[in-house]
Design a protein around this ligand. Sequence first.
Ligand SMILES: NC(=O)c1ccc[n+]([C@@H]2O[C@H](COP(=O)([O-])OP(=O)(O)OC[C@H]3O[C@@H](n4cnc5c(N)ncnc54)[C@H](OP(=O)(O)O)[C@@H]3O)[C@@H](O)[C@H]2O)c1
Length: 315
Amino acid sequence: MNRPMTYQTERRAVGRSTTHIAFACAASLAAILAFGHSEARAQAPATPAAGQQVALVTGSTSGLGREVALRLAAGGAHVIVHGRSAERGMEVVAEIGRAGGSARFYQADFASFADTRAFGEAILRDYERLDILVNNAGFGSAPNERLVSEDGHEFRFQVNYLSHFMLTRMLMPRVLNSAPSRIVNVSSLAQTPIDFDDVMIQQDFSGGRAYAQSKLAQVMHSIDLAEELAGTGVVVSSLHPATYMPTGMVRRAGVEPRSTIDEGANAVMQLILSDAFDSGAFFRGMEEGRANAQAYDAAARARLKALSEELTGIR
Ligand SMILES: NC(=O)c1ccc[n+]([C@@H]2O[C@H](COP(=O)([O-])OP(=O)(O)OC[C@H]3O[C@@H](n4cnc5c(N)ncnc54)[C@H](OP(=O)(O)O)[C@@H]3O)[C@@H](O)[C@H]2O)c1
């Protein structure tokens, strides 16, 4: 595939913030040098200022992720914008730049492990810190057909869960290096237990089941990460942001919106900013809640982790 962004090769020296998620510095200006055909697209490498916090929001070219990216940039963080659409991604970067903030777009298709791995490697190369990782990119329940990823896996399981598993594990050295830091996994109340005899849902497929399985897998990963990272200063959480926000996936499902993107973004921002919950927590909007029972089954989580390591090749 064409990779429109030229990932920059130089390393940047950035300072280490001691202020907990208090966006430290005035933001630097993001500038776009050129934007044309995909091969010709390039952007000035907006770099974090010394001490400036760095946030990555996957799936920030639209919907909830876009709003969270704008808010993080307005709070003073340098924001890594991600998605498949370079056009929408560059628009988000430009909007952040017009407001005086700092951002940079990276394109990666999470239906491809090669793409996801290249993205992770580019971030490791280009950034020395990662204070906030919001795993938000997602593909919804519509269309109700069994799609397959580039790697041959059930599509939602790879896009929504496995690729975030891979990316999070790859970026862990930067997240640890930036502690106190945060990982927020944007899940859903739609949660279906994983059938370990048919994880790729060859039988009884529905888009809703595939979506809900991937969303529960994200919660299970959050709980595992919280246990693994206890005592490191990295706080992990997952949430259902809000019910039927007016976003792309809800429009594609033909569902009438019931809440606003602002409500969902408030819930995500709370998990980035608040100290009033324990690592591993699952939130329903602004309130702490319980996920599907399988999330609290340590044996099921161990099985999922082993499978995820095998499928992604990441340990
Ligand atoms: N909307 C709701 O009511 C609701 C409720 C509960 C949970 N959520 C969760 O909220 C998160 C954000 O969703 P949204 O509602 O804001 O939907 P959205 O507007 O459709 O946004 C989805 C984002 O994910 C990215 N994405 C989709 N497929 C991708 C792929 N293969 N590779 C890389 N990026 C991909 C999209 O970027 P490109 O288009 O540029 O690829 C886009 O930025 C999702 O995790 C969703 O499950 C939403």
